[in-house]
Design a protein around this ligand. Structure first.
Ligand code: PLP
Length: 323
């Protein structure tokens, strides 16, 4: 594992340059009844998702504290957006990155990682519960122990991952919107909702934060069940969630998520991924159930693009087969 040393001025300089590529993402209005609804287009981040913020901020803070330098190997267990973002930013910064992935990874993501990283470690064997998480984490521990100057970004517990959304994602909304009544935020590692809820509630004291989860995830008290759409949900309660300020919870089924993704595309011209549909569906469910939103302003995130979901939520036959 890497220790703490004096911050590398060369790396800090490269990170400053990278920071210039992290442009603010737009808020666009989505026409719905009874609400002024804005979508924040996180899919317009450089590598295409809200996890760009997480990757950038974790590397930046680690460099400022002297925990990483030009000789560091970054290691993370991720088969999704965080791996893609870390791979890209490590490359830009001249660092090595080893993603630990599993067979559920999308082929396009795997080929991106194999083109970008010298080493990709794929865990092939499932654990006793049929999942890959514990095997992936065990592999990360082994890699860290056997790699010189290894740095594990530790997305499920890293406070810097949550601070990314305090200082960047939420801060931009604070600058853009004079008033905000509701924020609908999806949960997986909990970093996005933890950071955003804390900053948004400082700026808008009457704001209600609605946590959005996928049916089958246990994060917000649901029953564990097989899930098919990546992005939201988890089989564990992540420790970052304890930092989130949550007023209400909406759980959305996968069928409803798919329908909402299609509505975002065909009605509102937003080609967004699974968690965007889940969050948009949560807005609709909440408006129907509470009837407290007339004239209010609300925001949700379009966390990634729809392209990676063409064979799932945008495939009518696949959607029909969902329970
Ligand atoms: C597309 C997408 N949306 C939302 C989230 C949830 O973010 P967080 O992990 O910060 O809770 C993720 C996390 O992987 C994601 O990939």
């Amino acid at each position: 594992m890497s220790g703490i040393c004096a911050p590398s001025q060369e790396l800090l300089h490269r990170i400053d340059q990278l920071g210039r590529l992290m442009r603010p993402t737009p808020l666009v209005e989505v026409a719905v009844p009874d609400l002024r609804l804005f979508a924040k287009l996180e899919y317009l981040n450089p590598v295409g998702s809200v996890k760009d913020r997480t990757a950038y901020w974790i590397l930046r803070r680690a460099a400022q504290r002297g925990e990483i330098d030009e000789r560091t190997t970054v290691i993370e267990s991720s088969s999704g957006n965080l791996a893609i973002a870390l791979a890209t930013y490590a490359q830009i910064l001249g660092l090595r990155f080893i993603p630990v992935i599993d067979p559920n990874i999308l082929p396009t993501y795997e080929s991106f990682l194999r083109r970008t990283c010298q080493t990709v470690v794929k865990v092939e064997e499932a654990d006793e519960r049929g999942g890959f998480l514990s095997r992936r984490l065990q592999t990360v521990q082994e890699l860290c122990a056997n790699t010189d100057r290894a740095f594990w970004t530790n997305q499920y517990a890293n406070i810097d991952g949550m601070d990314a959304h305090y200082h960047l994602t939420a801060e931009e909304i604070c600058r853009d919107l004079p008033a905000l009544d509701f924020a609908f935020i999806g949960v997986s590692s909990g970093g996005t909702i933890a950071g955003m809820s804390r900053r948004l509630k400082e700026r808008y004291p009457n704001l209600k934060v609605i946590a959005v989860d996928a049916a089958g995830s246990v994060i917000l008290g649901g029953q564990s069940r097989k899930r098919h759409i990546p992005g939201l949900g988890a089989g564990i309660v992540p420790s970052l969630l304890s930092h989130a300020l949550i007023d209400d919870v909406v759980i959305v089924s996968e069928k409803t998520t798919a329908r909402a993704c299609q509505e975002l595309l065909w009605t509102h011209g937003l080609f967004a991924g699974g968690s965007s549909g889940t969050s948009y569906a949560a807005v609709q469910q909440y408006v129907r159930q509470t009837r407290t939103t007339a004239g209010a302003t609300a925001v949700f995130l379009c966390a990634d693009r729809g392209t990676a979901y063409l064979d799932t939520v945008f495939n009518a036959e696949w959607v029909r087969r969902l329970e």
